[in-house]
Design a protein around this ligand. Structure first.
Ligand SMILES: [Ca+2]
Length: 268
């Protein structure tokens, strides 16, 4: 469960639910599903190829003649993460492989059997390190549940997170490297962004001859402070907190539009 302490800014890990740098001794990826004829030639922590620190997780796979043309690897021992509207949940990872892949997430209804899958964050397979991201996970899960007319009154949770390798044919080798997996809410990042731009906005507001936008920004900053306070003081899953998360998401959308209108007004 995410406590309010996860809110505390920790320099790059703001609002983090999970973070793996592969600097220890333990392997974190396990087989999930897919090609059943594959041979795992190596599965280790590589100190030759890594994106940051001194290590990454490496898997060398040789695919067989039969079986599915996809291969899923999931993060081991990951606790389900409760999804709430507006939480802006995102996953990012640095990957390097000679085949395409993407991020694959499973969600499930709490206490029920219904589940679904969300895919995104495509990696091209060009053999270079690339950061892949899958965002707004809660939004996609809730809309899938709604489309399937699933009862979500008990709540939804993200249950499995993995990587899906594909685009290979038989007897092909793949060297996969994974580093810096992060699961986090974007909310602190977005708030930081708005706060960082405050002096820039103030300059634009004083340059705006129409003086039309000053009040709107003042009101937005007030709402932002109120919502931040609620998030800092209420536990995960509380109705008030969910409402504050939704409000923040709305504030970010409004902020972007207001900033654009102000920029245009200053240019005129
Ligand atoms: Ca590392």
């Amino acid at each position: 469960m995410l406590s309010s302490c996860a809110w505390v800014a920790t320099g790059g890990g703001e609002g983090a639910y999970f973070s793996e740098e592969f600097e220890g001794k333990e392997l974190k990826l396990v087989e999930w599903a897919g090609d059943h004829e594959k041979k795992i030639e190596a599965h280790d922590l590589s100190s030759n190829v890594f994106h940051s620190g001194k290590q990454s997780e490496h898997i060398r796979i040789v695919y067989g003649n039969k079986g599915a043309r996809y291969d899923y690897w999931r993060i081991k021992d990951l606790q389900p993460i409760t999804l709430t509207p507006g939480m802006m949940l995102e996953i990012s990872a640095w990957v390097k492989a000679d085949r395409p892949m993407d991020i694959r997430v499973s969600w499930a209804v709490k206490g029920g059997k219904k589940s679904g899958v969300i895919t995104g964050g495509r990696y091209s397979g060009n053999g270079a390190w690339e950061e892949i991201r899958l965002g707004n996970i809660e939004e996609q899960a809730f809309s899938q549940a709604e489309a399937a007319q699933v009862d979500v009154s008990q709540g939804l949770a993200m249950t499995v997170i993995g990587f899906n390798l594909y685009g290979f044919s038989e007897k092909q080798n793949i060297d996969l490297y994974v580093d810096e997996i992060r699961i986090y809410t974007r909310i602190p990042l977005e708030i930081e962004g708005i706060n960082r731009e405050k002096s820039r906005i103030a300059r634009m507001l004083s340059a705006d001859g129409t003086k039309k936008y000053a009040e709107d920004f003042e009101e937005l900053y007030e709402q932002l402070d109120d919502a931040k306070k609620i998030l800092a003081e209420t536990p995960d899953g509380a109705t008030e907190r969910v409402a504050a998360q939704k409000l923040l998401k709305d504030i970010f959308g409004r902020y972007k539009r207001m900033k654009m209108r102000l920029a245009l007004a200053v240019l005129e």
